[in-house]
Design a protein around this ligand. Structure first.
Ligand SMILES: C[S@@+](CC[C@H](N)C(=O)[O-])C[C@H]1O[C@@H](n2cnc3c(N)ncnc32)[C@H](O)[C@@H]1O
Length: 424
């Protein structure tokens, strides 16, 4: 066939695509595995590299498995669901090994991957797209902008999957969704908490529709926002709450939550294990990028905690929960990109825990390295940012005492990790 070529997949790239070579150029081939020989059709370019689509797998890898979801490989969320558990886990762990080596810690002790079971994701940021025949609710298609209308999902908690059809029916009748929007579902202990973002205005009949939907589906709160604007509560039928470290928190609409309970438990356990065994009675800990208190409250069981977070609503939720529970927490609103904690402010903490967003903590890290805090516990959802941010710690004489990769985003190429840096 003139428009196809045979390629040998040598490895997987950072985004989970197979990598082949052709005339000295890299070719990315999605949905393939190392060792496979495939017939492929060139589809375009990615920078200097080419992209191709496998039209036939001529020699399948012995590690190829049947994916647990009918939407693989079209769905952009699960790009590695066709890979057996063992090599998949080794590849993900390897990302952390490689990131730490790049940062200057080639011999870091990296633990095996902490796994999260399918069907337990409690946070879903779903894309919405109105079409002539109805509204598509799901994830973006792999490598494209089209919204894949999900009928099933092996990763999401079944209680979120059960909401998809009712949500579709609701949105069909909601003029506030003109073409594009999103539905962020946080599964709290009080039920699903829904934040709808739409490209049109929510009018009074729309609000009534949302209130009816909340009552019908047992949803205590539905919030709405126009585009990326601020969220407002559109229907509230009861309280919202989730326990974080045993403390009940009422998170704001669309609040950040760790993606699954098992992922959260693995992160919290690794963070707590990273603290000094004995902390003096007056010891203080800092929790940077504290969100709504996922790490703050477990840390507060060990020592006083100063929690810093940029989103005012989260600081308020954290503060209120700490006050009610009489937890040893002071919550402070602070933009740590614009105003990172200064060397002087960092001194006196027995350990600093930080859990920055995907971009990392570029402004804060040099100050942390200079302050000489005895322990830095870095929770990362981006090995690239971690590699950059940790470089300064290597230069300042820190060593890696423990590193735990966590499979928070099952079958995606993304990796969460917790790394404990100590001054030796
Ligand atoms: C990955 S989340 C971690 C939240 C929390 N530690 C947890 O485990 O749930 C990152 C947090 O950083 C906050 N954040 C993002 N940019 C920030 C900034 N420039 N300054 C302070 N906080 C920021 C976000 O609002 C979010 O709560």
């Amino acid at each position: 066939m003139s428009d196809t070529l045979e390629l040998e997949i040598e490895a997987l790239g950072a985004a989970g695509d197979g990598i082949a070579r052709r005339d000295g150029r890299t070719v990315f081939v999605p949905a393939t595995l190392p060792g496979e020989r495939v017939r492929a059709r060139l589809t375009g370019r990615r920078g200097e590299a080419l992209t191709a689509e496998a039209v036939a797998v001529l020699t399948p890898s012995p590690d190829r498995v049947a994916p647990a979801c009918p939407h693989v490989p079209a769905c952009g969320a699960c790009v590695l669901a066709h890979w057996a558990d063992g090599p998949y886990a080794a590849w993900k762990r390897g990302k952390l090994v490689e990131a730490l080596a790049r940062a200057g810690f080639p011999d870091a002790p990296v633990a095996p991957l902490a796994c999260t079971p399918p069907g337990t994701r409690r946070r879903a940021d779903l894309a919405l797209r109105r079409r002539p025949e109805g509204v598509a609710v799901g994830y973006h298609e792999r490598g494209g902008d089209a919204v894949l209308d999900l009928s099933a999902c092996a990763v999401l908690d079944p209680r979120i999957v059960a909401l998809l059809d009712p949500l579709r029916a609701l949105l069909r009748r909601l003029p506030a969704l003109k073409r594009d929007g999103s539905a962020l579902v946080n599964l709290l202990e009080t039920g699903p908490d829904l934040l709808l973002r739409t490209d049109g205005v929510l009018d009074a009949p729309g609000r009534a529709l949302l209130a009816g939907f909340a009552a019908e589906q047992g949803i205590p709160r539905i919030a709405w926002a126009r585009g990326n604007g601020p969220a407002e509560t559109a229907a509230q039928l009861g309280p919202v709450a989730i326990r974080l470290g045993g403390v009940a928190v009422a998170p704001p609409p669309g609040a950040f939550l760790q993606a699954s309970p098992a992922g959260e438990a693995a992160i919290v356990a690794a963070v707590l294990a990273g603290l000094p065994e004995r902390l003096p009675a007056r010891a203080a800990l800092a929790d940077l990028y504290a969100g709504n208190g996922t790490l703050t409250f477990p840390l507060a069981a060990r020592a006083r905690v100063s929690a810093f977070e940029g989103v005012a609503e989260s600081v308020a939720a954290l503060s209120a929960a700490a006050g009610k529970a009489r937890a040893r927490v002071t919550a402070v609103r602070r933009d740590l990109d614009r105003q990172p904690l200064a060397v002087k402010e960092l001194q006196g903490f027995a350990a600093v825990v930080l859990d920055p967003p995907y971009a990392g903590a570029a402004a804060q890290m040099p100050l942390l390295a200079r302050a000489g805090v005895p322990r830095v516990v870095y929770v990362s959802c981006n090995p690239g940012a971690l590699a950059r941010d940790a470089q300064g710690l290597a230069g300042a004489g820190y060593r890696v005492a423990a590193a735990t990769p966590v499979d928070q985003f099952l079958w995606s190429p993304h990796l969460e990790s917790v790394v404990v840096f100590c001054r030796s």
